[in-house]
Design a protein. Sequence first.
Length: 203
Amino acid sequence: MKTIGFVTQKGGAGKSTSALALAGALAQKYRVLLVDLDRQRSIERWSEGANLPETLEVFTATQANDLRHLPTADFVVVDTAGGLSAEVLPFLDLVLLPCAPSVFDIWAVAETVELVKAHQAHRPGLQAALFVNRLSPRTKLGKEAADALSDYGIPVLSSALHDRIAFPTSIAQGKTPVTSGNSGARLDSLIFAEEIKRLVENG
């Protein structure tokens, strides 16, 4: 069982949407547990009206220690609260740090990167990767943002999640981006999930 968490100190980075995109895509082939550890309970509220496949289960946690007591799954995807970063890191196999393609967001993620690096110094097996989120499909900013993020010294995913109306729309309809009916959102999610799966499985 591999546990993957979306972590940033900054709010509004798109952790919940990214977690849903990843969990929904992985659930196409694997048993996935989606854990809501965010105080806003966005995932929990979404699940109440969602038509979940049998391969996707939502679990609401109140503290990081709850990650010790989860049902068995192939993958665990965790949506975290901004202030819980340090507490959740010991329970993760892979930390994913979303970042929008703007100078302010690239600067803001630095604090979380340093926190992750400090944890890796004591636990070298913890994997981490940055990825570009909310990228406009009609811009070349993705490569520029990825190049800037690479200066932080941790891997940057080659895949990105684009700024598509299908992401929030699918969630409002109780779906995941991969089941939204939008080919762009579906392809984004599947490519994103495949890269993450390879990363976490290859160690």
